[in-house]
Every structure is written in structure tokens, then in C-alpha cells.
Design a protein around this ligand. Structure first.
Ligand code: PEP
Ligand code: MG
Length: 571
């Protein structure tokens, strides 16, 4: 009998192979005291030194195999190893409490891990897994364990683990490691991101696969729909072999579209752009043939650190993106902090409803000194490419006018200082608050473009917190209200001679794409890996036909009926 588990689809593709259970060493940690403190301190220093050597070697190897961007994570691990806050705190505990090094390290590291994990923000949660990874490495040396290396696997296998650390994934050879499945993790965890760049099919967050699997057991990983099958039947194996060859055929077709423009079957061009969080994402953007950047979430420049990024640092980041995109449109969104994205060093008061609180443009207008630094960096970078500036969470025209006034002031200052600034920077807004979508006709005269942020627009329209799994049923992109709002924004923009994009997750969704195309959306911005499948879908759709067809959806009552209608006729 086979067992079917479900998790989060992390990297597309199908793997069928025997399981390799990658277990973490277990450490027997006790608060026993040491007699000789100096010896223990030296033992700890030695374990740190060997760990550093090992990490530098992995970093070099990764740099050679996967490029400098992917190796950066190990530079971060090396920093953790030399971080005085961690290292000195461990040494203090050895000195003052006479704890053994392993116990002291575990205490201190766990304190930091808990602190980062409790932050309501994916990015900071990743810092917790970095510290966890480093802690495990140093503990292994203190206990004298041989580190198990996935690099030694030379048979086709699927790796199963509680979680996979960046050092684990970096050692994977895709020739032999056909897939992996983990207990924990989400779409943005390190393991998921690495699986996509290594193109290894993966399902993460299955909860307890390690408890259900035995080493060597046959298994299937379906990284498209997040299914894992343990001990599959012959019939299941042949079904998935077929699915795998269909996927591989499709992938070959997609690959041919990398340098194509995105044209509908009736010859209209729509722009397929990518969403990025850091300059590191550019590699994937270029590899997947994006026609621009539709959303650069600049808040990531501000996160994971203890002070604001300088104007120079921001300028370098914006310039890099603009230069690498080589004249293609690049929409850079100004700081969207607040909600689930906190900046502890700003020391802002706690709010009852952070998603409805002082976030994004509201915060920037409240703290114009911080905002001005970003605007200057953006303006200075504008001479290096095709920059479009976008303000997030605009709810009123006054906010838009204030933001534009600050931008104009900084531009004048720069020009006075003799610094060159492009004179063709478009300025647009995110439409992610229902009031702005409804009153789009009031905004259209004062912007160059709109970009619909459905991630927030849906949560605000249906009053359903996008982070709360218990009400995820209300997160309905095809809800009649959402489609009406989108339709209104597009109609109003086009009447005013402006273009409209979408940078929420909905833009890359295969059910939404025909609807959005029918409604006339001009730019679709999505995660880089969705671009080629979306392009392949759009090439077969006629914009004119969809323009007529889409009208009938407005006579339907529910999101479910609308989705069914799209699936029945178009997928
Ligand atoms: C959105 O709200 O749709 C959006 C793209 O912004 P974010 O997900 O960063 O809030
Ligand atoms: Mg948003």
C-alpha cells in the first residue's frame, strides 16, 4: 500500500527514486561543568576554526558550481561564526558558569534562533536557520562526529530530511539527487529557493515524512502539486513517469521561449516582468527571459541588519538592477515596511493592527528623512537605465501628491548639485487598497501607471488577513468583487492613456492569466520561474477573443464558478 503525503510545492518537476534519509546528528547536551575553563575555551576555538575552514571550502566549491550569488549564504554563515555577540556570549558562559562548550553554544544559539523565529517575517526567520546550521556544524566538531555529506551520494536518490540546510543543498549533485522532501519549510525557505535554482524537484513542509519513510524505500516527489508518494504501486509509478515526460517536454518548449517577446495569438504584445527582492534574484530573472522588473521590493535592503542602508548602498543596488536589465523597464517600489515586515532598529511602537497601521508610504511620509535618502538614491541611479518609481499603499491623492513633491524636491537638489538625473522617470502607484481601486479615476491623471497589488488588495477587500491560514478560504483572487476592481482600474487607466501592470501573485496564476488578458492588463509581473510557463500560455491565447469571453464571468456569482468556467474552457 502506498502512502500519499502533501506539502508545499517548492520546485517543479517529478522525481521517482529510492529514498535517502538524511538524519541530523543528535547531540547529548548536559549542563555539566568543566574543570579547566581554559582548555574548554581552547576546544571551542578549535571547533570554530575547523568549522570556518570547512565553510570556506564549501563556499569556494559553491561559487565554482553555482556562482557567487549562491555562495553568499556561506559568507553569511562565516559571519555568524565570527559574530562577537554569539561567540563572546558562549565564552562568557564557559568562563562564568563553567558550562561545557557544547551546552553553552546550544544555549546561546537557541536564544538567538528563538528571537529570529518569533519575528513575523519570512526573511528574518531565515536568519534563524542560518544560526541553526552553524550551531549544528560546530556541535558536530565538539562531539567529534563525522559530518555526513550529501556530496558522497553516487546513486539516484531522493533526499528526505527534517530540513535541509544551505550547506546540505550546496553539496547536492543534481546528477544523482533527483528530488527532495522535508518535514518543514515554505516556498521562501532556503531549501525551497535552492531547489529551484538547482532545478531539483522538491516538496517541503510535509510535516512528518521522516517518521513515515525508511531508507531505500521507493518514493515519488511531485514538485508541481506538492504531493509525495511513499512506496508507490506499479500503476502510480507509470502514471508519474508519464507526467514526468510530459513536464520535460513542456520544459523544452518553454526553454525555446527565453528570448521571445510575449505576443498573444492575435499579435498583441504584453510585458512579462519579474518580481525581485534583492540584486541576487537577477540571475534567475535573466535566465527566465523576463522583459523587465515589475516590482523590486526594496524593503529587503533595509531588513536583516541593525541600521538603515546608506544612500550610497542603495544607489549601488538600484544601479546594479538598472544596468543588468540593460534598458528594459525596472519598476522600483519605495520602502514598504510595516505589516509583516518589521525593522526592529526603527523602534516603532507596537500596533494593534499592523496591516492597517503605519506602513509603507504612510511611514515614509511620517519619517521623510528616511524617505528622502531612498528617493535620492533612486534619482541618482536613474541615469543607468529605464527607471520607474512606484509608491506602495497609496490610499489618498494627498499621499500621492506629498510623495511626488518630495521626489521633485530631491530631484531639484541633485540637479543643483550637478548630479545627472534622468528626465523620463515614470511615477506610478500600487493599487492595493480598495478605495484606490474604486476611485482610480481620481488618481489616473496624476500617475504614469498603476500596478495592481493583489496580495494586499484581496486581503483588504475580503477583510481576510493574508497570513492567517484559518481564513485562507477567503483569499479569493477570482471573487466577483476583485474582478470588478481590477476591471475598473484597467478601464480607467486606459481611458486616461496610462498603462496598468499587476505585481501580486495573481499575475502569474494560470487561471487568472486569461481573465487579465481579456480585461486588457498590459504588464504581468511574477516570480521569475513563472515567466516561461506564462509566456507559453499567452502565445496560445487571443486577446480579442478573451476580451469578449471575459464579460460572461461578470454574470457569475462565486469565485468557484468563475474558476470552473476558466478551467473548463481554457485549461
Ligand atoms: C501586493 O500587495 O500585491 C504586493 C505585490 O506587495 P507585497 O506582496 O510586497 O505586499
Ligand atoms: Mg502589498
Amino acid at each position: 500500500m502506498s502512502t500519499v503525503l502533501t506539502g508545499v510545492a517548492a520546485a517543479p518537476g517529478i522525481a521517482i527514486a529510492k529514498a535517502f534519509l538524511h538524519e541530523e546528528p543528535s547531540f547529548d547536551l548536559h549542563d555539566t561543568k568543566v574543570e579547566n575553563v581554559e582548555d574548554e575555551l581552547q576546544r571551542f576555538d578549535e571547533a570554530l576554526a575547523v568549522s570556518k575552514q570547512e565553510l570556506s571550502a564549501i563556499k569556494d566549491e559553491t561559487e565554482k558550481k553555482l556562482g557567487p550569488d549562491k555562495a553568499e549564504i556561506f559568507a553569511a554563515h562565516l559571519l555568524v561564526l565570527s559574530d562577537p555577540e554569539l561567540v563572546d556570549a558562549v565564552k562568557d558562559q564557559i568562563r562564568t558558569e563553567q558550562f561545557n562548550a557544547a551546552y553553552a553554544l546550544n544555549q546561546v544559539a537557541t536564544m538567538f534562533i528563538n528571537m529570529f523565529e518569533n519575528m513575523d517575517n519570512e526573511y528574518m526567520k531565515e536568519r534563524a536557520s542560518d544560526i541553526y546550521d552553524v550551531k549544528t556544524r560546530v556541535l558536530s566538531h565538539l562531539f567529534g562526529y563525522e559530518a555526513t555529506s550529501l556530496a558522497t551520494i553516487t546513486e539516484e536518490t531522493i533526499v528526505v530530511a527534517h530540513d535541509l540546510t544551505p550547506s546540505d543543498t550546496a553539496q547536492m549533485n543534481p546528477e544523482f539527487i533527483k528530488g527532495f522532501a522535508t518535514n518543514i519549510g515554505g516556498r521562501t525557505s532556503h531549501s525551497a529557493i535552492m531547489s529551484r535554482s538547482l532545478e531539483i524537484p522538491a516538496v517541503v513542509g510535509t510535516k512528518d515524512i521522516t517518521a513515515q519513510i525508511e531508507n531505500g524505500m521507493m518514493m515519488i516527489v511531485d514538485g508541481m502539486d506538492g504531493t509525495v508518494i511513499l512506496n508507490p504501486t506499479e500503476a502510480e509509478i507509470s502514471k508519474y513517469e508519464e507526467k514526468r515526460s510530459e513536464y520535460l517536454k513542456e520544459k523544452e518548449i518553454w526553454q525555446k521561449l527565453v528570448s521571445e517577446r510575449t505576443l498573444t495569438a492575435d499579435g498583441t504584445h504584453v510585458e512579462l516582468a519579474a518580481n525581485i527582492g534583492t540584486t541576487k534574484d537577477l540571475e534567475g530573472v535573466i535566465k527566465n527571459g523576463a522583459e523587465g522588473i515589475g516590482l523590486f521590493r526594496t524593503e529587503f535592503l533595509y531588513m536583516g541588519r541593525d541600521q538603515l542602508p546608506s544612500e550610497e548602498e542603495q544607489f549601488e543596488a538600484y544601479k546594479t538592477v538598472l544596468e543588468k536589465m540593460d534598458g528594459k523597464p525596472v519598476v522600483i517600489r519605495t520602502l514598504d515596511i510595516g505589516g509583516d515586515k518589521e525593522l526592529p532598529y526603527l523602534d516603532l511602537p507596537e500596533e494593534m493592527n499592523p496591516f492597517l497601521g503605519l506602513r509603507a508610504i504612510r511611514l515614509c511620509l511620517e519619517m521623510p528623512d528616511i524617505f528622502r535618502v531612498q528617493l535620492r538614491a533612486l534619482l541618482r541611479a536613474s541615469s543607468y537605465g529605464n527607471l520607474k518609481v512606484m509608491f506602495p499603499m497609496i490610499a489618498t491623492l494627498e499621499e500621492l501628491r506629498q510623495a511626488k513633491a518630495l521626489l521633485a524636491e530631491e530631484k531639484d537638489k541633485l540637479i543643483e548639485e550637478g548630479i545627472s538625473v534622468s528626465d523620463s522617470i515614470e511615477v506610478g502607484i500600487m493599487v492595493e487598497i480598495p478605495s484606490t481601486a474604486v476611485a482610480a479615476d481620481r488618481f489616473v491623471k496624476e500617475v504614469d501607471f498603476f500596478s495592481i497589488g493583489t496580495n494586499d488588495l484581496i486581503q483588504y477587500t475580503l477583510a481576510a488577513d493574508r497570513m492567517n491560514e484559518r481564513i485562507s478560504y477567503l483569499y479569493q483572487p477570482y471573487h466577483p468583487a476583485i474582478l470588478r476592481l481590477i476591471k475598473n482600474v484597467i478601464e480607467v487607466a486606459h481611458k486616461g492613456g496610462k498603462w496598468v501592470g499587476m505585481c501580486g501573485e495573481m499575475a502569474g496564476d494560470e487561471v487568472a492569466i486569461p481573465i487579465l488578458l481579456g480585461l486588457g492588463l498590459d504588464e504581468f509581473s511574477m516570480s521569475a520561474t513563472s515567466i516561461l510557463p506564462a509566456r507559453s500560455q499567452i502565445l496560445n491565447l487571443s486577446k480579442e477573443e478573451l476580451g469578449t469571453w471575459v464579460e460572461q464571468l461578470f454574470a457569475l456569482d462565486t469565485s468557484e464558478e468563475i474558476e470552473e468556467q476558466v478551467r473548463k474552457h481554457l485549461l
